[in-house]
Write a protein that binds this ligand. Sequence first.
Ligand code: GAL
Length: 421
Amino acid sequence: MKTRIFSTCLAVAAATMLLFTAQTSRAAELKGQLEIFSWWAGDEGPALQALIDMYNKQHPGVTVVNATVTGGSGVNAKAVLKTRMLGGEPPDSFQVHAGQELIGTWVKADRMEDLTPLFKEQGWMKSFPDGLVKNIGTADGIWSVPVNIHRSNVLWYIPANLDKWGVKAPASWDDFFAIAPTLKEKGIVPLALAENWTANHLWESVALASLGADNWDALWSGKLAFDSPEGVKAWELFGKVLAFTNNDATSLSWQQATDMVVDGRAAFNIMGDWAAGYMSTTKKMAPGSGFGWAASPGTGGQFIFLADSFGLPKGVKNRDNALAWLVLLGSREGSDAFNPLKGSISARVDTDLTKYNDYAKSASADFGKDRIVGSLAHGVTANEGFMSDFAAVMEMYLKSRNAQATAKAAQQIAVKNGIGK
Ligand code: GAL
């Protein structure tokens, strides 16, 4: 696949190569501003700041404007970005998930520049895994530079607390249902949950456990209907899991749900491994002894992946500065400065693992051997249209708890947004 994408891009690449080379070789003289847009604010900021610090050193003449819009998984940032893109005011570079969030949204709308020449210039054609390249490229080009690989299906806990309560990390949902009532009796929330996007996040882990990887993939290729018996079953299991979550979820950020686990108010949380970044970088906790992890129940041997990337919108104000930013993001040094703080693993195949902690080392080993599937909640499997409709479907489920009706609604939005087409 990778070879096919790359060879089709070759002709275009050759034509624009000179242009890119000239631009990036003038890097030392760059001046003016660079506006980068993301949702990595506050506790999510340190890894991005490490990259900005490197950029400032490399390009002292450029003022970096770090435009962030707070809100986990980009719930608020994506709305602001849409307004800016449609209004002809694109940031110089913006955070976007590899997969349909990029391809089925911004590339489809013809808003991005093809970065094939940059990939060739930087020698990146073999620097990223094939599965990831598929999610940033089409037959017409390569559309963003990936900075990381995050895992979505991770169960987090504090080993000392589990020992104290006499429970073990559940390998399956049945294991979880066996210990959850006991935890509840002790006044401990079995599973901490936060605002609504984290319900989508939890749903994908539960749905994968219920459906299995083949059926998960079949949902997104349009081969399995969301309102099939298998699809309905996933919502039913989700409902059973929700019964063991906190009542104040909608008012909490993902970090506050993690805090519930850290403080011993909750036993577990299912969150992407930015939670490892939060616990190790912000909270200074040691992976292994301070906090523990396992694949979310029923998903052992499976890795729900997502990747943050940055692209170059058409018509930006500071194109050369943005290209230099992308050069840094795709480099081994940039990647290995960013990811150890972020909780993710490098998107590159030549990462220096000695720079990473034990959590990241285990994630990296799993990525090498697990069955890899794409994340819905973080842009891999579905476009923005489906995602925003899915948020409404989730709201509906949280209110009605009607698995059958919700599965039907999910199928309707799949058809409407061309899932599997
Ligand atoms: C994801 C993103 C992560 C992290 C998380 C929480 O969508 O890929 O890097 O920022 O949201 O906000």
